[in-house]
Design a protein around this ligand. Structure first.
Ligand code: SME
Length: 165
């Protein structure tokens, strides 16, 4: 077990600095990417308020396959290019969606979701996984959330990759 002194209610930049340090500490001595994805999704779930889902999908052949997550049971396989996650995977770009109902092809795994942030996990320019966060509140995710989480993910990418990648 790990204890982190992280305040979820302070300034956003402090929160993301603290989360990134905690994420680096969590993966530092662990080579297994599934174990690391499990702890990173739990870390985000514990400290980021107002989420109803937080977790990873892994790129396996031509699909996204459900990885470690927190929240309700979810769609297991998503075709690359489909939904918000598949769009992040095919474009390699973050998808910050203020209103999921306005996103063509959004896949409603949890009917409570109103907004969504999906970040690609990239190695050598290739998307190897995506981090998906859902919120029951419309427009939950700011650009500060996006950049804070991108920095976090970029700092631990090698720990989120299978040894085959
Ligand atoms: N809403 C996502 C599907 C995954 S779930 O939200 C966990 C999408 O449209 O890709």
């Amino acid at each position: 077990m790990h204890e982190f002194a992280i305040s979820s209610s302070g300034p956003t930049d402090t929160l993301y600095k603290d989360l990134a340090s905690a994420a680096e500490a969590l993966v530092a001595d662990e080579p297994d990417h599934i174990a690391n994805m499990a702890n990173i999704s739990a870390l985000i779930w514990q400290y980021l308020p107002d989420l109803n889902w937080a977790g990873f999908y892994r790129v396996i052949e031509d699909e996204l396959v459900l990885g470690p997550f927190q929240g309700k049971t979810a769609c297991i396989r998503i075709a690359i290019g489909k939904g918000v996650c598949g769009t992040a995977a095919v474009t390699g770009e973050a998808q910050r969606v203020a209103d999921v109902h306005a996103f063509p092809g959004h896949i409603a795994c949890d009917a409570d979701s109103r907004s969504e942030l999906v970040l690609p996990v990239k190695h050598d320019g290739k998307v190897v996984a995506v981090l998906d966060l859902d919120s029951p509140s419309p427009d939950r995710f700011s650009m500060d959330d996006q950049t804070g989480l991108e920095t976090l993910i970029n700092s631990i990418t090698p720990a989120l990759m299978s040894k085959a990648e």
